[in-house]
Design a protein around this ligand. Structure first.
Ligand code: CA
Length: 222
């Protein structure tokens, strides 16, 4: 089942969109403020974000930027009545994938969501990468049918790498993705990565490599 984070403070619209999407078979989490959106996004996996811009504690653009700073590829569809060119450009600059102008018809919204999800990996299902089979929901990793046992932090790091495979991930991006609320020093990141590399090596995973890009960060390659 595909999971959608809906960020919308208008109670009638929020409720209407949520119910409409649930009828279509999606799981929908409704956040009414930026603060709530940040909170649930840090703890749950989603496949797509629907984002209102005018929220009681700030602009949805900030949340969009926050999501992209975490190096997340998740599709972000902005729902807004503000469709002047400047706002639209600002939204795309912040990393939005699409705009839907309010008021919108539910069929158009559902069609756009479907189009974006077609190319996005499932959060609730298994991701395959270089022979690794990762279940986000069960928080488990397998290689050649054998369990690769990883603690919470190493699992989060691996998932973040796999979701951004082939891209350079900065240290800050990695720290933010793991836990933005905890101070993690550079050396701790090095130690996590060396643990992760050695765990993968121990399980015979030679098809996946976390390469260090000197002075910038890391890149996962298969
Ligand atoms: Ca609003």
């Amino acid at each position: 089942m595909r999971a959608i984070l809906l960020v919308e403070d208008d109670p009638i619209l929020g409720r209407g969109v949520k119910v409409g999407l649930e009828v279509e078979g999606y799981t929908v989490c409704l956040a009414k403020t930026l603060c709530q959106a940040r909170e649930v996004f840090s703890h749950q996996q989603f496949d797509l974000i629907l984002l209102d811009l005018g929220l009681p504690d700030g602009s949805g653009i900030d949340f969009c930027q926050h999501v992209r700073e975490l190096n997340s590829n998740i599709p972000v569809v902005i729902l807004t009545a503000q469709t002047d060119e400047n706002t639209v450009v600002r939204g795309f600059d912040a990393g939005a994938s699409d705009y839907v102008k309010k008021p919108f018809g539910s069929r158009e919204l559902h069609a756009r969501i479907k189009a974006h999800l077609r190319s996005a990996p499932f959060s609730g299902q298994k991701i395959e990468f270089g022979g690794l089979l990762i279940s986000i929901e069960e928080r488990s990793v397998q290689f050649n049918g054998e369990e690769v046992s990883l603690n919470r932090r190493l699992f989060d790091i691996l998932v973040h790498f796999v979701k951004n495979a082939g891209k350079v991930i900065t240290r800050d991006g990695l720290i933010n993705a793991i836990d933005p609320n905890v101070d993690i020093y550079d050396r701790t990141i090095d130690s996590h990565l060396s643990q992760l590399r050695s765990k993968l090596k121990k399980c015979g995973v030679d098809s996946v490599k976390i390469n260090s890009i000197y002075g910038i960060g890391y890149r996962l390659e298969s």
